[in-house]
Structures are given as C-alpha cells and as structure tokens.
Design a binder for this molecule. Structure first.
Ligand SMILES: NC(=O)c1ccc[n+]([C@@H]2O[C@H](COP(=O)([O-])OP(=O)(O)OC[C@H]3O[C@@H](n4cnc5c(N)ncnc54)[C@H](OP(=O)(O)O)[C@@H]3O)[C@@H](O)[C@H]2O)c1
Length: 286
C-alpha cells in the first residue's frame, strides 16, 4: 500500500508551479488530491496531467479566485460537501505585485491573497481537519519572510506601498499564522507548519503587469530549481512520518529553520490573528 493511500489532500493553486508538482508527488503516494485554480478548463487540464504523471485518477478540481472572500467561502463549502474527511491542507497560492491594487473586498491584493485567503480557508476547513486528526496544515511561505515586518499601522500599504515590502510582510504573516495556529491546535492532533520552497522556476510574479521581477528572474533562472524540487518540502511536510506531530515550525530543504525573530513574539502573532479574523469576518476563540 502506498503511504498516502486513504488520505485526502487539498492544495490551493495546483494548476501550475509548486502546487501542481506537489499534487503529482502526493497523488503518486496514493492520496486523493483536490487542486484549486481560477479557471475551470485550466484546472481540469492540470488535473488530467497530474493523473497521467502520478498514475492516480483520484484528482478533483475546485474553482475559485481566492482573492475574493465570497469565493473562498463558496469553495470551502464545495470542499466540505465533497470531502467527508480532510487529512492535509496545503495553502500554496501566493503572488507578487509591484503596484498596489485592491481586491473585490477593497483590500490590498498581496495581503488579501497571500495571507487572508489561507487564513479564511483554513478557518472554514478547520473543523473537518480536526475531525480527521491526525491532520496537517502546510503553508507555503518564502525566505522573504526573513525581511518582513508586520506594519499594523499600514497593513494594506495605503500610506506607502512597495511590492517587495508587501510580499515580505505577507510571507512573514504566513509564518506567524502558522505559529499561532499551532498554538491554538495544540491538543487537537492537527499540526501546522510553514516552509520556503527555494527559488523555483514557475510562473511566479508573471501576473505583475509591470513585470518588476522579470529582470531578476532572467538572471537567476539558470540557478532556479525545478517545480518538482521546489515541491519537495511541501510533500515532505504533508506526508512524511519523520514530521508526524511536528507543529509550529518553519522549514526549508526539509529541515527546520529559524524564522524572522518577530515571528516568535506571541503577542505579535496573536495580534495579527485578531486583526486577520476581523478582516475576514471570522469569530476568534481566545
Ligand atoms: N517560485 C518561487 O521561487 C517561490 C519562492 C518562494 C516562495 N514561493 C511561494 O510558493 C507559492 C507558489 O508559487 P509558484 O511559484 O508555484 O507560483 P505560480 O507558478 O505563479 O502558481 C500559482 C498558483 O496559484 C494559483 N493562483 C494565482 N492567483 C490565484 C488567485 N487569485 N486565486 C486562486 N488561485 C490563484 C494559480 O492558478 P490559476 O492561475 O490556474 O488560477 C497557480 O496554480 C507562493 O505562495 C509563493 O509565494 C515561490
């Protein structure tokens, strides 16, 4: 029997890049894998590829633009209807924009998509994960978290916006979310970990109209890892018995690493949790 046989995994952003490679990895290990994307036809094509590469036909598609809270809520409902159990949630979707722009909810896009969407989706699926324990929540952050700062006075970059700063902040928020989530899930059998996938050759930042990262990507592309390699730590944290029960940790290259000093400040992570809950309209237990 394959190691993930009988397990159900949901991966956001499984139509390309790291998410799709992680889907192939986990489907190859026998898991039923749900992938998400914004376009039905693109997502179905990706599912067909994943099925062919993994030799596993148990790949499902969920469609939503996760920058919209209404869409996150609708999709979460569809996931709950489709999956009576959920063993692993991989929060993978993320992007970079050099110009400030807003979501349908009137929130700054980077913060909304990279941090608030996984925050909301996880909250909506948490009971199902807890009921399926032992379960795992894996969130794809970035080494950019180490340069991040949570600016509580200007979370949405209204006063001053830089794409890099917004991205760094959102990726630090991924780590803080993971640590606070781990604390909140201590007795539940559900673990929460975050990771840096390494510089990976994907479509990352291609939707930034200014293509601000393009010159950097052009220079570093030869040194970037393949999506399969970039997905290794995701697959490891989602499936390996070596990290059974491990929670509240940040990983890179399948090793635990120290994250930004501020991520260990429990008051700051708790404050970010409260602010995020308010922004997505979720009631927080203390
Ligand atoms: N690539 C790197 O070097 C690198 C380094 C560090 C961290 N990361 C992190 O790794 C994660 C994955 O990045 P990647 O490089 O694989 O990116 P990617 O190639 O751009 O893939 C992004 C995925 O997210 C989906 N997506 C994008 N916007 C969405 C939205 N608004 N709603 C729903 N789905 C959306 C895309 O699906 P559709 O287009 O089909 O909707 C696609 O499946 C991100 O969190 C990123 O911050 C990447």
């Amino acid at each position: 029997m394959k190691p993930m046989t009988g397990k159900t995994v949901l991966i956001t952003g499984g139509t390309g890049g790291i998410g799709k490679a992680a889907a192939v990895g986990l489907a190859s290990m026998g898991a039923r894998v749900g992938i998400t994307g914004r376009d039905q036809a693109r997502a179905e094509r990706a599912a067909t590829d994943i099925e062919a590469e993994s030799g596993n036909q148990a790949v499902d598609v969920f469609v939503a633009d996760l920058s919209s809270q209404t869409e996150v809520r609708r999709m979460a409902g569809e996931v709950l209807a489709a999956y009576p159990r959920l063993d692993v949630l991989v929060n993978n979707v993320g992007g970079f924009w050099s110009h400030r722009h807003m979501t349908a909810d009137g929130l700054e896009h980077t913060f909304a998509l990279n941090h608030l969407a996984p925050f909301l989706l996880t909250s909506l699926l948490l009971e199902r994960l807890t009921d399926s324990a032992p379960a795992r929540i894996v969130t794809v952050s970035s080494a950019a978290q180490s340069m991040g700062k949570i600016d509580f006075d200007d979370l949405m970059g209204e006063q001053d916006y830089s794409g890099q700063r917004a991205y760094n902040q959102s990726k630090l928020a991924n780590v803080m979310f993971t640590y606070e989530l781990a604390r909140r899930l201590e007795t539940t059998g559900v673990t929460a970990t975050a990771l840096h996938p390494g510089m990976t050759n994907t479509s990352f930042s291609a939707e930034d109209p200014a293509r601000a990262m393009a010159p950097v990507v052009f220079v570093v592309r030869p040194f970037m890892r393949s999506p399969r390699k970039g997905a290794e730590t995701v697959v490891y944290l989602a499936s390996s018995s070596a990290v059974e029960g491990v929670s509240g940790m940040y990983y890179a290259n399948r090793r635990a690493k120290r994250s930004n000093d501020s991520s260990y400040d429990a008051e700051v992570t708790a404050r970010l949790w409260r602010v995020s809950a308010e922004l997505v309209g979720v009631v927080v237990a203390s």
